[in-house]
Design a protein around this ligand. Structure first.
Ligand SMILES: C[S@@+](CC[C@H](N)C(=O)[O-])C[C@H]1O[C@@H](n2cnc3c(N)ncnc32)[C@H](O)[C@@H]1O
Length: 278
């Protein structure tokens, strides 16, 4: 297991408690439109064009899904023919993922682990490592995360990461415009949360959380530092959904972050490749 940068563990316990709570709730209330489990079970494809295009053809390939939550996206990759393994540090999420796999009859392996300390049993086994939408802000040690993702890849395998853009993460509200996060730096940002992004109207007991802001430069540098070669880096000003519940949809149904007469990016996408040692 990789060593963790000293002082970066302070978020693990509160964040696990938070995600255990959210993993119990998400997709299990009749009012949850964000995670619509019933339509997924009926065959809806939850994956979006961004990650599907970057991953390419996945049928017959070994795919590791990092921070898989309760497994809906993981099982969608299985639906596309990948042999999937999902990892999450929340025991509740992993339990629910296994139940969902059983319910759908889709083959999948789910592992409970911190993505900064991936088990050695996962090393060198995957053609693709995928992580999407709400990933690195939970990670205190970005280098350990990238190192683990890189080590899980076979030679020539790809990391596909699609996540919230740091410019979007920095914005708390749009009207009035309030910016309450630094742009990068990786310093812990403590917050007490009483709701979930999936159901902002639901009032929950206060729960401490710790998140970590990373700049685009820090993310790209961490990928390069882990020995990966960056083949694609995209910054996206329009998204099919609002990952944080603070945007309004335009006439085309897509969500944007207004910035004067223009827009700031909401998402970024990265594809980086492990060295081909063959
Ligand atoms: C926003 S969700 C991931 C998005 C996923 N695509 C979804 O919406 O289903 C973030 C996930 O990261 C997990 N997580 C946070 N910190 C983690 C860590 N250090 N190790 C493993 N999983 C972690 C949480 O339990 C949660 O399931």
């Amino acid at each position: 297991m990789p060593d963790i940068r000293p002082g970066t563990d302070d978020g693990l316990a509160p964040n696990r408690a938070l995600w255990d709570r959210w993993a119990r709730i998400h997709g299990s209330t009749p009012t949850d439109r964000f995670y619509d489990v019933e339509s997924f079970v009926a065959g809806r494809q939850t994956l979006r064009a961004l990650e599907r295009d970057l991953a390419g053809e996945v049928a017959g390939r070994d795919l590791l899904h990092l921070q898989c939550h309760f497994g809906m996206d993981t099982l969608n990759w299985a639906r596309l023919g990948a042999r999937v393994t999902g990892v999450d540090f929340s025991p509740i999420a992993i339990e629910r993922a296994r139940l969902l796999a059983a319910r759908t009859g889709l083959p999948a392996t789910f592992v409970e682990a911190d993505t900064q300390r991936l088990p050695a049993t996962l090393a060198g086994r995957f053609d693709l490592v995928v992580a999407t939408y709400g990933i690195l802000c939970w990670i205190g040690d970005l280098d350990a995360w990238m190192g683990g993702a890189a080590s899980a890849l076979r030679p020539g395998g790809s990391l596909v990461l699609v996540d919230l853009h740091p410019a979007f993460q920095a914005v708390a509200t749009l009207d009035p415009l309030v910016v309450d996060w630094p742009y990068g730096g990786g310093e812990p940002h403590h917050e007490t949360l009483t709701a979930t992004y999936a159901e902002p109207g639901l009032s929950l007991p206060p729960q401490e959380s710790v998140q970590y802001p990373y700049s685009i430069g820090e993310i790209v540098t961490a990928a390069a530092g882990a020995g990966l070669t960056i083949k694609h880096f995209g910054e996206h000003v329009a998204a099919e959904f609002d990952p944080r519940g603070i945007l309004s949809a335009g006439e085309d149904g897509r969500y944007r972050l207004p910035f004067g007469d223009s827009h700031l990016p909401i998402l970024y996408s990265l594809r980086a490749v492990a060295p081909d040692r063959a």
